[in-house]
Design a protein around this ligand. Structure first.
Ligand code: PGA
Length: 249
């Protein structure tokens, strides 16, 4: 594990985008695992800037997204496909046919999950998987539970996740209660995981993830055994992680 402690959200975003850009430069045909939520927005903005400055091209890049709400169409303003278009895809030279987000309105959700896993496996998993972390320690929509679920699956969103995400909807009732999420298996199969966390409200979860026991009660804790975990946090996000952990690993 390697931890970068950045002063603030802006610096965190610069660092995370720099690491992603390095991956693209090193391997132009890389597979990037992408995340949604508010934390990666600054990283995507910086990636767009790097593209506009001619530093990187996404022409050969393939992307696989972690998750999608179940029950809303891709055109919905809060779908994760829409999020990706708005914050990244529409600003860069990526080929749309090389961007993959689970279908939020599948005729058969189980089939969609199996097909998503088979596809990710067929392309050799992500070279770099970007991850945020939920206040409850979730990664993707792998919510705290009794076991780690390996496969892509349909998940009932935890009540605190629904509440946290309601800020993006007009009212609580509009927040989907289910999602399709990549499982722990595909996340752990990524060659590198880049976990980003910003702000005091993530400090507890980040501490549990990096320093606590490895338990499905904190899904992000499994990342402790990933062979190439890079954590980029700001000072507030890393405020509960002891200095010796930040320095030693
Ligand atoms: P956030 O969400 O970036 O909006 O805080 C992160 C997550 O829940 O994975």
């Amino acid at each position: 594990m390697r931890i970068y402690e950045e002063k603030n959200y802006e610096n965190l975003s610069l660092r995370a985008a720099g690491l992603m850009a390095a991956e693209i430069i090193k391997k132009p045909e890389c597979v990037l695992g992408l995340a949604t939520g508010s934390t990666p927005i600054g990283t995507y903005e910086e990636l767009c800037r790097k593209y506009q400055a001619g530093i990187i091209s996404f022409r050969q890049v393939t992307t696989i997204n972690l998750d999608e709400y179940l029950g809303i169409p891709s055109e919905h303003s809060q779908s994760y496909r829409h999020f990706m278009e708005k914050h990244l895809f529409s600003h860069i030279d990526i080929k749309r046919e090389n961007t993959f987000v689970p279908d939020g309105l599948p005729t058969d959700a189980e089939w969609e999950c199996t097909a998503y896993d088979a596809f990710i496996q067929s392309i050799g998993y992500a070279d770099l998987q970007l991850l945020g972390i939920g206040r409850n320690g979730h990664i993707g929509f792998n919510e705290p539970g009794l076991s780690f679920i390996k496969e892509t699956h349909v998940v009932d969103l935890a009540e605190d996740t629904v509440l946290a995400n309601s800020r993006f909807f007009e009212c609580l009732d509009q927040v989907p209660r289910q999602a399709i999420t990549m499982g722990i298996g595909a996340i752990m199969a990524a060659k590198r995981v880049l976990l980003i966390a910003s702000g005091e409200e993530k400090a507890e979860a980040l501490h549990a993830a990096l320093c606590g026991p490895i338990t499905p009660a904190c899904p992000a804790s499994i990342l402790q055994v990933h062979p190439d975990l890079v954590v980029v946090g700001d000072e507030a996000g890393l405020s509960k992680v002891p200095e010796e952990v930040k320095r030693c690993r």
